[in-house]
Write a protein that binds this ligand. Structure first.
Ligand code: ADP
Length: 539
């Protein structure tokens, strides 16, 4: 640009010089030109259209000058009106500016007049100015860089810092006004606020879901744990703590029992789902262990459920059925045998046989009744508690035990100590209480060799419970059998008691019922002296 301005100025100067030369030289022969222009610095050349130089104001010997028809400015002047060029002069060796135009002396005498001027100094000037300008712009560049660095950049950094703080703080909104002139920043801030809001919503949702998940995981009564591929627990709940050493992260160190570790290890090594029942010998318990391989995260979900009680129930059921069959078989075999024998038996022993058959039928009846009671108790665990008159309970028990009381000449006494607020009534499930008392009293009379079997029943009402005691003067129970008598089909002296019509189910029924009342039962007993069955009901 700078060089163009210089060129344009130079062109105009040369143009004016041309006019001046034309004006002075017009009408004069070439020979006079030297004299005419001897005092000027203007260098001009007269060239014909073939390029031959006729006159040069600075070169007296035109013969040495080569043909100028190839010069750019001369060509432009011949074919146009004028021509301008700057180049290194072959003749003089330095930079020159040339301006050429037509020079008509007459219609036949047509020449080109060319003015030239040393341009070297101007070229130098242009270079110097260009240098100065470059330096100026470099300087400006530095200034703007420092301005950017120290002001704009800091300003932007501050704004970004505010945004960062806002995002990190978890605030919902922050009143910052970025003027409308900073439109992009204003819009960006709006997007940021919206984004923050959505983010916080999502965080709250995730938090809530996590809490629910934690709650679910911690409330299931099975152990749940997630193990990563290094064998470390990523997460676990607190169930079945007795299987774990709490503070260890590695599952191999966490679990106390080798049976569990081995199973999990199998699944982890094979990267395979496993579901298996495991018996842990150390604690004599059964567990259902399931290990699931989660391929996506390369993790293993372990769930351990204690199935000991289910396993035991199944075993109890199995035992129960085999016991039932066994219990039924004995009286049935007896009945069958005596019925066959009856056919050929002489008249005098027939009655004895019939008696035996009758006893066995009674035994069968007792067993069946006890079974019915057990299944009734197990199926309806709901108590129907109503105020009951004690006398009603007493009368019903006496009535149902009338036969045995009479036969064994037994004494039965009730002693009721009830609080006055209930007007002498006891709040209870009548049928179930009668079943308990009847069983205990009957046992007290049966397992009794005293001349006068005596049964004392005490009922004491307290603020929150009823206390019962059924005391007899019977044969007593050996200390080591006190717990066993509550098991189904257990009899202290099997041979003797089965002859007494016992099924071994009575105390099992009593215990189950007492527990339904929220209570507990204990026995105090001494052999040959008697037993005391004490229990309580929660009100
Ligand atoms: P059973 O039908 O044989 O009476 P129970 O469950 O009522 O069955 O009693 C279990 C066993 O406990 C009885 O066989 C008997 O040996 C013993 N037993 C129960 N009550 C008494 C008692 N009051 N005195 C002595 N032994 C008792």
């Amino acid at each position: 640009m700078l060089s163009n301005i210089y060129k344009e100025t130079e062109k105009n100067i040369l143009k004016e010089d041309t006019l001046l030369v034309k004006l002075v030289a017009h009408g004069k022969p070439f020979e006079e030109y030297d004299k005419l222009f001897k005092d000027t610095n203007i260098r001009f050349t007269i060239i014909d259209y073939q390029g031959k130089v006729y006159f040069d104001s600075k070169q007296p010997n035109q013969e040495v000058m080569d043909n100028h028809s190839g010069r750019q400015e001369v060509l432009s002047a011949i074919y146009g009106n004028s021509g301008f060029a700057i180049r290194k002069s072959k003749t003089l060796g330095s930079y020159y500016a040339y301006y050429a135009t037509k020079y008509k002396l007459s219609p036949e005498d047509k020449y080109i007049i060319r003015i030239s001027e040393d341009y070297t100094e101007k070229m130098e000037q242009i270079k110097t100015v260009a240098w100065i300008l470059s330096l100026f712009f470099i300087f400006l560049n530095f200034v703007s860089y420092f301005f950017y660095k120290n002001y704009l950049k800091r300003d932007l950094e501050n704004k970004i810092k505010i945004m960062k703080g806002f995002l990190e703080s978890g605030e919902l909104e922050r009143k910052i006004f970025y003027g409308r002139e900073e439109k992009w920043l204003y819009e960006f801030w709006e997007i940021l606020e919206e984004w923050q809001k959505n983010n916080l919503d999502n965080i709250a949702k995730l938090d809530f879901e996590k809490k629910i998940l934690d709650l679910i995981i911690s409330s299931v009564d099975a152990f749940i744990g997630l193990i990563d591929n290094n064998g470390n627990f990523v997460l676990k709940n607190n169930s079945l703590n007795h299987l774990l050493i709490i503070d260890s992260q590695k599952y191999t160190e966490s679990f106390k029992y080798i049976e569990i570790i081995t199973l999990i290890k199998n699944s982890i090594t094979l990267k395979k789902d496993i579901r298996k029942e495991v018996y842990v010998n150390g604690i004599k318990e059964y567990f259902l262990i399931s290990v699931k391989y989660i391929k996506k995260n390369d993790q293993f979900l372990v769930a351990i459920k204690d199935i000991t009680s289910t396993r035991r129930t199944v075993e109890i059921q199995k035992n129960f059925i085999s016991n039932v069959s066994h219990e039924l078989k004995t009286p049935l075999t007896n009945i069958k045998g005596y019925l066959i024998a009856l056919e050929d038996a002489p008249k005098e022993i027939r009655l004895r046989f019939l008696n035996i058959i009758n006893n066995n039928v009674e035994k069968l009846e007792n067993i069946v009744l006890d079974f019915l009671n057990i299944s009734k108790i197990e199926s309806s665990k709901i108590l129907q508690v109503v105020p009951v008159e004690p006398k009603l309970i007493e009368d019903q028990i006496r009535e149902s035990l009338f036969g045995i009381i009479k036969r064994k000449k037994a004494e039965l006494n009730f002693n009721w100590n009830l609080l006055e607020i209930n007007q002498g009534m006891i709040n209870t499930d009548k049928e179930k209480l009668i079943m308990i008392l009847k069983n205990l009293i009957e046992n007290g009379i049966i397992y009794n060799t005293s001349d006068v079997p005596s049964i004392k029943v005490d009922i004491t009402e307290e603020k929150s419970k009823y206390l019962f005691s059924v005391k007899d003067n019977g044969i007593g129970i050996p200390q080591d059998k006190l717990k066993k008598v509550f098991e189904r089909f257990y009899r202290v002296d099997k041979a003797r008691t089965s002859n007494m019509g016992g099924t071994g189910l009575g105390l099992a029924i009593v215990k189950e019922l007492v527990e339904q009342f929220g209570g507990e039962i204990v026995i105090e007993s001494s052999e040959h002296e008697g037993s005391n069955f004490r229990f309580y009901f929660l009100k």
